[in-house]
Ligand binder design. Structure first.
Ligand SMILES: *[C@@H]1O[C@H](CO)[C@@H](O)[C@H](O)[C@H]1NC(C)=O
Ligand SMILES: *[C@@H]1O[C@H](CO)[C@@H](O)[C@H](O)[C@H]1NC(C)=O
Ligand SMILES: *[C@@H]1O[C@H](CO)[C@@H](O)[C@H](O)[C@H]1NC(C)=O
Ligand SMILES: *[C@@H]1O[C@H](CO)[C@@H](O)[C@H](O)[C@H]1NC(C)=O
Length: 516
């Protein structure tokens, strides 16, 4: 779908002249100085979502390319995206102007290792070295993810990708190359981005890469797969591959490089629809199935009891040796969080013999549509509750908020007041959690640029910076949220001063009126 052309020449100027009443910021007053000195604030993207150059200089396809080409993202794809492959210097300059401490990005496995394993693509190696060096020389910490929905297609074709044990060996090899080549400068590694949602979409409902599912559970036209067992299998292999990479890092690189390896998890604020015991338990069960699925093995070496009960033999068992390897295999957890859900019991579904992962949860989930481009409600207490649970259930692990941000239609205004309100609310909630003793180390606003979104292509956007996709130069423009975040990072105090008139300000910088 062709993005709407809304950013006409001169619009930047006229935007600045509108008089606009904004009802601002209901959370407590705070500033960056309320956070610990070593707390890291950044923003993030991922390889396929920004790089472009998808078939240039040796990169081969990933399962995400195949997904996009099959038309699942409103017909859009990442062939060009934000062209960050060529424009990384400009992007890093914007990061410096914004005042980021850190940038979260991912490496495209199929750019570095076009055959999935074996020889390294020198052009790919050069690109990531250039990007990392550009960040470091500008004082920005690189936080790198190894797998973000983009397994090399060649491995999917060869043995079915994450449903095969063979992927453990190949992922470990890929991680080894990354640690060896970049680990002298990269200290924060995330093995796999949100494996829980990757498996739910990719192997149960079939509506994200690699589109595997089986009837009657497919949310899309089914191709191949098995929704009853493959989501469990995929996550099992992800946990084994993750822990194998962590073990490798600890044995071979940690003493020398002094870095940290973690994994990220998609979370919701989980709330029972009613305060009946059934709904309260259902809400805990859904949390087990989404968060406990990853955290319980990492913490205790096994899956949650509710999952083992409802999935039975369809959830693989860890051997003792595997369980020992998985247990404790993280230095930090990346928390991805956008919104809350209400959960109500649906235990009747357990009478069905044929059940997928979703049915095994035995609950109905009421939440905002992930497939629309409607804005998220600002309900930051869900993040605060989730951070509290990480503290109490898993021994207060070091946490980075890896993703958090507001969705808007990509053709909406540069005056993204709803994103400012969202960021203000959630950063405030995170500060509250920190004050309650949560071990939070950093925060990454999603996303730095308007980029190619997994489910929505270019129809919805999360960016602090707008990218004019009709301009051959793909020029970036700061939104109000970029200015707000920048002012916050530079130490200005944000306050709940009620309604503010943002009127006729001569430059975007005077959005500083939002601050005390
Ligand atoms: C926030 O700051 C404003 C303006 O200084 C003040 O009126 C208000 O009482 C403060 N609110 C809190 C919760 O501290
Ligand atoms: C899916 O996997 C389960 C468990 O291995 C098996 O019993 C079932 O026959 C498979 N279904 C399909 C459609 O292949
Ligand atoms: C969940 O329930 C609460 C309380 O009834 C309601 O305010 C909220 O809008 C619901 N949230 C969602 C995502 O449905
Ligand atoms: C944005 O796009 C939607 C759907 O494509 C359209 O209905 C809406 O009018 C557009 N908004 C603007 C401000 O152009």
């Amino acid at each position: 779908m062709e993005p709407q052309r809304w950013l006409k020449k001169g619009m930047m100027v006229s935007l600045l002249l509108v008089s606009l009443a904004v009802e601002v910021l209901s959370a407590d007053n705070y500033s960056r100085h309320d956070f610990p000195l070593d707390f890291v604030f950044g923003s993030g993207t991922s390889a396929y979502q920004v790089e472009g150059a998808s078939n240039q200089e040796g990169r081969t396809s990933s399962i995400w390319d195949a997904f996009a080409y099959a038309g699942y993202a409103h017909g859009a794809n990442g062939d060009v995206a934000c062209d960050s492959y060529h424009k990384y210097k400009e992007d890093v300059r914007l990061m410096v102007e914004t005042g980021l401490d850190a940038y979260r990005f991912s490496i495209a496995w199929s750019r570095l290792l076009p055959n999935g394993r074996g020889s390294v693509n020198p052009k790919g190696l050069q690109y990531y070295n250039n990007l990392i060096n550009e960040l470091i020389s500008n004082g920005i910490q690189p936080h790198v993810t190894l797998h973000n929905y983009d397994l090399p297609q060649v491995l999917e074709d060869e043995y079915g990708g994450w449903v095969s044990r063979e992927v453990i060996r190949d992922f470990t090899y890929y991680a080894d190359v990354c640690f060896r080549e970049f680990g002298d400068r990269v200290l924060y590694w995330t093995t796999v981005n949100e494996p829980n949602v990757f498996a739910l979409g990719g192997y149960d409902q079939g509506n994200s890469p690699p589109q595997r599912c089986s009837p009657p559970f497919c949310a899309t036209k089914s191709t191949r797969g098995n929704s009853t067992s493959e989501p469990y299998l995929a996550v099992h292999h992800i946990l084994l591959a993750h822990s194998s990479a962590v073990r490798l890092y600890r044995r071979k690189y940690r003493d020398k490089q002094q870095g940290f390896v973690g994994i990220s998890i998609y979370t919701y604020g989980f709330f029972p629809l009613t305060n009946t015991k059934k709904d309260v338990i259902a809400s805990q069960r859904v949390r087990d199935f989404l968060v406990g699925w990853i955290m319980e093995p990492l913490q205790h070496g096994d899956y949650p009891i509710s999952m083992k009960t409802n999935a039975g033999a369809r959830i693989p068992a860890f051997t003792n040796r595997e369980s020992e390897q998985v247990k404790g295999s993280y230095d930090f957890i990346g928390v991805i969080h956008y919104t809350n859900i209400n959960v109500t019991d649906n235990s009747d579904i357990l009478k069905n013999q044929l059940r997928d992962l979703t049915a095994d949860m035995a609950a109905k989930i009421l939440g905002q549509d992930l497939f629309s481009n409607e804005e998220y409600a600002v309900t930051p207490w869900g993040l605060q509750q989730e951070l509290y649970k990480f503290k109490h259930l898993y021994g207060n692990p070091p946490i980075f908020i890896h993703e958090n941000g507001q969705r808007t239609a990509s053709n909406s205004s540069l005056q993204d007041v709803s994103r400012v309100k969202y960021l203000h609310g959630y950063i405030g909630a995170m500060l509250d959690a920190l004050r309650e003793g949560s071990n939070i180390k950093g925060y990454f606003a999603w996303s730095f640029l308007d980029l190619f979104e997994l489910l929505d292509g270019y129809r919805s956007s999360f960016g602090l910076y707008y990218v004019d996709r009709d301009d051959p130069e793909l020029k970036r423009y700061p939104k109000l949220s970029a200015i707000w975040y920048s002012q916050f990072l530079k130490g200005r105090k944000t306050s709940n001063v009620g309604t503010i008139e943002l009127k006729k300000y001569p430059s975007l910088v005077s959005v500083g009126q939002l601050f005390e």
